[in-house]
Every structure is written in C-alpha cells, then in structure tokens.
Design a protein. Structure first.
Length: 167
C-alpha cells in the first residue's frame, strides 16, 4: 500500500519542482510500458532540458539547444544519438532497437516518446539507463516498468546503471 502512495508522490514532486527554472536535484523520470495488444514497448522520458544540453555538450563537445527556440535539426539528431547510446533495452537477452518518435517541452522538462516494435511475450527485460550520469554523479533516473499487470520501479544512478527484470 505504501508503494502505491509513494510513486505518485514522487511524480507530483518532480512535476511541481520542474516548473521552476532553478533546480538543485538531478532527476529523470522514465516510463517503460509493454502494450501486449500492440506487441510494443512504449517509452516516455522526462529529462530537464538544460541538464540534457549540458550532458550532450560534455560528451560530444558541441553546444546544443534541444528544447529551446534555438534548437536545430542537428541538435535533434544529436539527441537521438545520445538517447540511443545511453538508454538501451534487451528483451530475453537480445538488444532491441529503440525508435525515437517525437518530443515536446513542458516547462523546462523535455519529454521524449520512443518505442520498440514486434515484441512478443517475454521472460526477461534488461534496461540500461546512463542518461546524464556521466555528466553529473548526482543524477538519478527513476524508471517505472509496467508489463503483464505488474508495475516495478528501478532507480538508476552512477553506481547502478543496469537492471534485469524477470517475468
């Protein structure tokens, strides 16, 4: 019962604090949902845009403006590359390509939508989430996974970058 109350409260806290331009915590929120009827894994990522731009600049040595009015198509291409390199999923031990669909900005949070198609019932899913952890050791990425009627949450940090879930 406590878990049912804690996760929505974490989400509300994240969304309410994301309305301010200055933030002292470094948190990304990710949702991974298996839609059995569509044979698809749907992924929603919520990341502070300024942190993301700083992290990509550090990794690629190029200033980016993702989620701002200065954004260029090259910035979006670099975003896709960054997400593909730092958020991966293996289903039953097999790496699966993640297709970036779209993005939107809500306040100072960048929301990205992605998917993995042609996913039949599976026994294991391994998620690796290193978004921004190389840029900032305080970065935490909470990832909510919904599959087969169960919901689990995993916290990814600098020291915990990968998780294997069994169904």
């Amino acid at each position: 019962m406590k878990k049912i109350l804690i996760y929505p409260l974490i989400g509300i806290l994240f969304l309410s604090l994301s309305a301010f331009t200055f933030h002292k915590f470094y948190m990304g929120v990710f949702q991974v949902e298996y839609a059995a009827d569509k044979k698809m894994i749907q992924i929603t990522s919520r990341i502070f845009a300024d942190d993301l731009n700083n992290g990509m600049e550090k990794k690629y040595h190029k200033k980016t403006f993702v989620g701002t009015e200065k954004e260029t198509p090259a910035d979006v291409d670099l975003l896709k590359k960054y997400l593909a390199e730092n958020f991966t999923i293996k289903v039953n031990g097999q790496s699966k390509p993640i297709t970036f669909l779209s993005k939107e900005v809500e306040g100072d949070v960048l929301i990205c939508y992605s998917r993995i198609k042609d996913i039949d019932k599976f026994k294991t899913i391994e998620i690796s989430n290193t978004i921004l952890v190389d840029w900032n050791s305080e970065q935490q990425n909470i990832t909510h996974i919904s599959a087969f009627g169960t919901k689990r949450s995993v916290l990814f940090t600098e020291s915990s970058r990968k998780e294997l879930l069994k169904y």
